[in-house]
Design a protein around this ligand. Structure first.
Ligand SMILES: [Zn+2]
Length: 530
């Protein structure tokens, strides 16, 4: 990356910051209007994206797949006009127009109708977006993808914010963030969006610090550029304050003080950190009753929700995937733990029944299609590594009134391990378990296994199972080896391992590895297998 190209990117960033921040804040009424317009234009948006982004873009993987399937634009147009987008997507899926999660990540060839392809994630980039500063998705459900930090798209996601606060009666209270700094885009994106809807973030805590993380000069500059550049256009964004995941009491104290002063408050942070804040509030008798946690990054499980609600606080899911966008927000009227409304104004979802590699297990994987012209990637039926339940149901909340009648719940990943709001692909562990550990500590590849578990108080732990046949090993040294190896692979893994190390998420168990399962196993998948 040369200084010149960086400068071009920063100047683009400056212009779009100005364009976005110079106008007055978006109101709740405007948010509702934009959502209604998206629903109204849904078919038109979808067809336009397919026509321009696929049929007029030979670089698109779907250009090639649709050719193999002998499917013309007119065929898709008539399917959509006759039966709707989802019915058309289901038919396309049956014709092989989809990309599995492994294919999307470039881990597998795409084989359709005798043709072989291998795509990289960049091939899916929306060609109509300028090349902005890129961010790492370490704070979200997708591990290690670089996604274009397009401010217009960041703002598109902002239209859901005021409805979320209104649906939870949280519009009048201050908002805090406990969210990572760049290269993760979550914190700075949220900060800009909340400003844009007239609800500037009152306090931004970051679980990672610049010096501690050895953040690159480029990322440091980008963060300062956005924070101080925004001030030129009147937006006083707060600077992040480093509060490690072991200092949750500081966040709990801020919430208790803010609640006392203003009658309430909300915080947006990963699910595991929400649990930590609530444990700290309980241990220190801090009153955070009635406050709101808007939490994503990992599944909101029953145990985690109970732990949060024990303080009298409320928790709502945020479901986001950086390559796809904002997918949904929690329903305030539902008794199902992680029930959320699918934002089908901007994404379409159909499910694909698929087998998991090396197992006899099947899941109904989510396949997403992007609908907005500002989406960073143009995707048709692209699997995320999540599966779950989708149903149409009346709940009576504001989201339903806005047209979001589809609910998702029991959402889990079939390929990732989560903890402290950061994720690492299970496959990143395989080489370490099969080669590094046996090489260094003895035994064979099958003597090591990783298991994701949740304890009774809602904390996620990763257990490294080492077969007793391996003999004596220094458990701390083994854990240090794993974190060291993982941290070397990608910047997002570096963030993850730092937090995992802080939170002591990885523990050793000296038992025989569980037979006939994944090398890397999550508890929910094991339960399905029973
Ligand atoms: Zn609802």
């Amino acid at each position: 990356m040369t200084i010149i190209t960086d400068l071009i990117k920063y100047s683009r960033l400056a212009f779009s910051l100005r364009d976005i921040l110079k106008d007055s804040p978006i109101s709740l009424e405007q948010s509702k209007e934009v959502i209604a317009t998206r629903f109204y234009n849904r078919k038109k948006n979808f067809l336009s994206l397919i026509e321009k982004g696929v049929y007029q873009n030979p670089r698109s993987p779907f250009f090639k797949l649709l050719k193999v399937a002998d499917c013309e634009f007119g065929d898709i147009e008539s399917m959509v006009n006759q039966d709707g987008i989802e019915a058309a997507l289901s038919r396309l899926l049956a014709e092989g127009i989809y990309i599995s999660w492994e294919e999307f990540k470039g881990k597998k060839d795409v084989v359709r109708g005798g043709s072989h392809f291998r795509f990289s994630e960049r091939d899916f980039d929306n060609p109509y977006l300028p090349d902005y500063y890129q961010i790492q998705s370490s704070g979200s459900r997708s591990a290690g993808t670089r996604t274009i930090f397009d401010l217009r798209y960041q703002m598109e996601k902002g239209y859901y914010l005021l409805p979320m606060l209104a649906a939870n009666n949280a519009l009048d209270f201050p908002i805090g963030l406990w969210s990572s700094i760049p290269p993760s885009g979550t914190g700075i994106g949220s900060s800009l969006r909340y400003w844009k809807v007239g609800k500037p973030v009152a306090k931004w805590f970051s679980p990672v610090g610049e010096s501690q993380m050895h953040i690159s000069m480029r990322d440091r500059l980008a963060l300062r550029y956005i924070i101080y550049g925004s001030r030129l256009w009147g937006a006083k964004l707060v600077k992040p304050k480093y509060v490690s995941s072991t200092e949750a009491v500081k966040v709990a104290q801020w919430m208790a003080i803010t609640k006392r002063q203003f009658g309430g408050c909300s915080i947006q942070c990963p699910v595991s950190l929400s649990v930590k804040v609530c444990q700290a509030a309980m241990e220190n008798s801090l009153d955070i009753q009635g406050t709101h946690f808007f939490s994503g990054g990992e599944p909101l499980t029953e145990a985690k929700r109970c732990q949060i609600e024990a303080t009298g606080a409320l928790v709502r899911s945020i479901y986001s995937i950086s390559e796809i966008g904002r997918i949904g927000y929690g329903c305030p009227e539902s008794s199902i733990t992680d029930d959320l409304h699918l934002f089908h104004d901007s994404v379409a979802l159909v499910q694909r029944r698929r087998k998991l590699d090396d197992t006899d297990m099947f899941v109904n994987a989510f396949c997403f299609t992007t609908l907005l012209p500002t989406a960073p990637k143009i995707l048709i039926n692209v699997e995320s590594d999540d599966y779950g339940v989708m149903e149409t149901r009346d709940c009576g909340c504001l989201f339903e009134q806005l047209g979001f009648v589809k609910h998702l719940y029991n959402i889990r990943s079939f390929a990732k391990l989560t903890g402290a709001g950061v994720t690492i692909l299970g496959t990143d562990f395989v080489r370490i378990l099969e080669e590094v550990l046996p090489g260094k500590y003895g035994g064979v590849a099958t003597d090591y296994q990783l298991l994701e578990e949740e304890d009774g108080i809602g904390q996620t732990h990763l257990s490294l199972i080492i077969s007793p046949t391996v003999g004596m090993v220094d458990e701390n040294a083994v854990i240090a080896t794993i974190l060291d190896e993982l941290g070397r692979s990608t910047p997002s893994n570096k963030v993850a391992t730092r937090l995992w190390s802080q939170m002591k998420i990885l523990k050793v168990k000296r038992i025989h590895p569980v037979a006939k399962t994944h090398k890397v196993m999550t508890l929910h998948l094991m339960k399905r297998n029973d």
